[in-house]
Design a protein around this ligand. Structure first.
Ligand code: GLY
Length: 373
């Protein structure tokens, strides 16, 4: 049997980012993906690097998100060199829109704590917003301008990590499903897959919304569950939008090819990822409120995928207690694309024994998932 250093279960952006960092360090790595790389939430994501837009208060996830966002400039160059793929880094910033005075006040408070952290967060009134994005609704109260929240192409970035990992020697096995995770006492010994049995020194569970199901094979109560997001895109016939527009439960992200990506609903309906009329209708209504001229744009496509949420809203990063050689990197919910560079780096460093200069205590201390027998 060809024993690897590391087997990673899951070929979403988290799995392939870890594979890239490990392969770059000379480790032999296999990624197992039950479908194709990026086939689920990584390929469906809007690609917002919303380290500021996504968070209403400071906290450990904000700190990690800022660290990860800062990695994208170098990463874009590195991945382009290693894979030939341009990840489409767009640094035009985001506008978090308020509709009422109450909301404006809350966003100004958010701007204040972000400024106190040394971040760019500027409150703009309606006239100022319309000066930089004239197509935005006349009904808005104003917007928080977050000039450093960028965006990328999530499918291209996922592919770029995978191609770059493969060029450094990683094996990426698509249509390869983990059927059983086999153990002896506190060690994982192998993964039985639809393409045979694989063995490694370390195993990483990075299977997004499916991680909870896989963990249950080991009686691990890893509380990861799916939250559906529906989205659509249009071919824009409008005066171009430069900045990502973000409002309640709706964001409009300008993409290459004069397209606008509109996301995303949020529904707890298990593993059912079918698009519903209700979900789409509500999302379209929100998008039209934000950008009324959208109504004349031809629809390109619609899609849905499952975000990996956790009960406490925090991702899992690192060793799973009671197992000597199992790590979890999952539960990134709305922030998997944003957190992918840092997650790849952290998990690779944990496996190679390098120093990690970020505090992971809030993510690890209280949730060393213990097996339940
Ligand atoms: N990151 C945005 C979303 O999950 O919809």
């Amino acid at each position: 049997m060809n024993k690897k250093d590391v087997v990673i279960i899951g070929g979403g952006i988290i799995g392939v980012a870890i594979a890239y960092q490990l392969a770059k360090r000379g480790k032999s790595v296999t990624v197992l993906e039950k479908d194709t790389v990026g086939a689920h939430s990584s390929g469906a994501a809007g690609g917002m690097l919303g380290a500021q837009v996504e968070f209403s208060e400071p906290g450990p996830l904000v700190d990690l998100s800022l660290r990860s966002r800062a990695m994208f400039t170098e990463l874009a160059k590195e991945l382009c060199e290693a894979s030939g793929i341009d990840i489409g880094l767009n640094k035009a910033g985001m506008l978090r829109v308020a509709w009422t005075e109450e909301e404006a006040e809350a966003l100004q408070k958010r701007g204040a704590w972000q400024q106190a952290m040394g971040l760019n967060a500027e409150w703009l009134d309606r006239v100022e917003v319309k000066r930089i994005e004239p197509m935005v609704s006349d009904e808005i109260a104003g917007a928080l301008y977050l000039q450093d929240d960028a965006q990328i192409s999530a499918p291209d970035t996922t592919r770029a990590f995978a191609v770059a990992a493969a060029r450094h020697g990683a094996a990426i096995r698509e249509r390869c499903e983990a059927l059983e995770i086999e153990r002896t006492d506190n060690r994982i010994t192998s993964v039985l897959t639809t393409q045979g049995r694989l063995t490694a020194d370390y195993y990483v569970l990075a299977a997004g919304a499916w991680s909870g199901r896989l963990a249950r094979m080991l009686n691990l109560p890893l509380d990861v569950f799916p939250i559906k997001g529906e989205a659509f895109s249009v071919f824009s016939t409008l005066q171009p939008i430069q900045k990502t527009l973000y409002s309640h439960g709706c964001y409009i992200v300008p993409k290459d090819g004069n397209r606008l990506l509109v996301g995303a609903s949020s529904a707890d309906c298990g593993f059912d990822n079918r698009i519903t009329i209700d979900g789409l209708q509500q999302l379209m209504a929100k998008a039209l409120r934000l950008l009324p001229a959208l109504k004349s744009c031809p629809l390109e496509r619609t899609w849905a995928s499952l975000r990996p949420q956790t009960k406490d809203g925090l991702p899992y990063f690192g060793p799973v207690a009671s197992f000597d050689n199992l790590l979890a990197a999952t539960g990134h919910y709305r922030n998997g694309i944003l957190l992918s560079p840092l997650t790849g780096e952290i998990i690779a460093r944990m496996i190679t024994g390098e120093d990690i200069d970020v505090s992971l205590a809030p993510f690890t201390d209280k949730r060393h998932a213990q097996p339940v027998f």
